[in-house]
Ligand binder design. Structure first.
Ligand code: GLA
Length: 403
């Protein structure tokens, strides 16, 4: 199958060639070009993008390929090699808003819609073929990568003034928030749009200032483990956590009216004020956000000076906080992280992304990787009853044209 050939392609150019062949077969015309937008893994800084904090993700080399061709009318035709059974989904720029948002095209239509909302109306219709290589429902941002992929294809086709990859990330987030209906922060789309090979991105979500930090692991490896837990949409729990953080902020403003986000507080300031938060749950959520911000800044600094051991400890502490205070972990993620912590050669391990399933991210010494996979895999199967999947990954580039 073409989908497998793209997933297993030796490099991006080979994948792009497959995309072009598939495009011709499906739409009967030559594609104008092929783009790629990656998924992401977050190293530290979880659930604080919407609290004005810093996050530290990196883009992956897995992601979504998109082949496109501009049309002269206002018809949009979409096809996904991952949902080939859905066939070609036909829409139009002037009718898409009223159409049901049930299939995968809510993401791509949402991006076209968001371009318009942001003052860059898309000038004509187009044909768009995509293929994702991110393992299904793994929490590695397949939807953000699809949004950023669509946005990058629109940038190539229509070259709207003022749309760069920062704006493209904001457009993707707007699509997700207002067209798809998940109230996510900016991290996933930003990492997909602005990643850099062999680097992580230290992003200040309050200002969108960012810095690429070399991901120098001194020979250690980045290993992602997928729980393979059937990952139900956890939108309601996600939106609930956001609301609890907003409530905490509101209460803290009684003493500090100028506060605009939880992550503006230092841990010391928070400790002195936490009495204002009488509800345990609200206090715990806020405590996580404030301390996670401190861990992220200190962690990125530790990595910059080559102190991998300190970085690993911040990762572990982040997991504990997400488990006990923010309560977005689950048994599957805990078994993976906790087993990793007492496996030789592991520098750090934590859940990554929104939580409730999805993946953990681990830094493991190179010569320990094989034993790590064997031990954690066995323990997971014994305890949970089905297998986890392991991926040894590297940080890849943000969205770009492939050919
Ligand atoms: C999801 C959201 C992000 C971020 C993470 C948690 O991935 O899309 O915006 O909030 O959860 O850090």
């Amino acid at each position: 199958m073409t989908e497998d050939r793209i997933r297993n392609a030796a490099d991006e150019r080979e994948a792009a060639l497959e995309m072009r062949l598939a495009f011709r077969e499906i739409f009967g015309e030559e594609a104008d070009g092929v783009v790629f937008a990656p998924g992401r893994v977050n190293l530290i800084g979880e659930h604080i993008d919407y609290n004005g904090g810093h996050v530290f993700p990196c883009a992956l080399t897995l992601g979504t390929f998109g082949a496109y061709r501009r049309r002269d009318d206002c018809v949009m035709r979409f096809h996904s090699l991952n949902f080939a059974g859905d066939g070609i989904i036909v829409s139009a720029i002037d009718t898409m808003e009223e159409e049901p948002r049930e299939d995968w095209t809510k993401y791509t239509k949402g991006v076209v819609w968001a371009f318009g909302q942001k003052g860059h109306p898309v000038g004509s219709g187009f044909d768009f073929l995509c293929c994702g290589t991110i393992p299904n429902k793994s929490g590695l941002s397949s939807s953000a990568s699809l949004e950023v992929c669509m946005g990058t294809a629109l940038m190539e086709m229509f070259g709207p003034d003022g749309v760069d990859q920062v704006e493209n990330a904001l457009i993707g987030q707007l699509a997700e928030n207002r067209f798809v209906g998940l109230n996510c922060g900016i991290m996933d789309q930003f990492a997909s749009a602005n990643g850099k090979k062999d680097h992580a991105i230290l992003l200040d979500c309050a200002t969108l200032d960012y810095r690429h930090v070399p991901l120098d692991l001194s020979g250690a490896k980045l290993v992602i483990i997928n729980t393979n837990k059937p990952h139900e949409l956890v939108d309601s729990a996600y939106n609930e956590r956001r609301a609890e953080c907003e409530k905490a902020l509101e209460l803290l403003r009684a003493e500090r009216p100028e506060l605009s986000a939880l992550c503006e507080l230092t841990p010391e300031e928070f400790d002195a004020m936490e009495g204002l938060l009488s509800e345990t749950k609200v206090r715990d959520r806020a405590r996580h956000a404030v301390y996670e911000e401190a861990r992220t800044r200190r962690g990125a600094e530790a990595l910059r000076r080559g102190d991998l051991t300190a970085f690993g400890q911040y990762m572990n502490a982040s997991h504990v906080s997400l488990r006990d205070l923010f309560e977005v972990s689950c048994r599957e993620l805990d078994v993976l992280a906790e087993t990793a912590w007492d496996t030789p050669g592991v520098i750090g391990a934590r859940m990554t992304g929104g939580g409730f399933g999805g993946c953990t991210v681990n830094i493991v010494e190179e010569d320990a990787v094989e034993g790590f996979i064997e031990r954690v895999g066995r323990k997971y199967l014994e305890t949970i009853g089905y297998e986890a999947s392991f991926y040894v990954v590297t940080a890849g580039d943000g969205a770009h044209r492939v050919d």
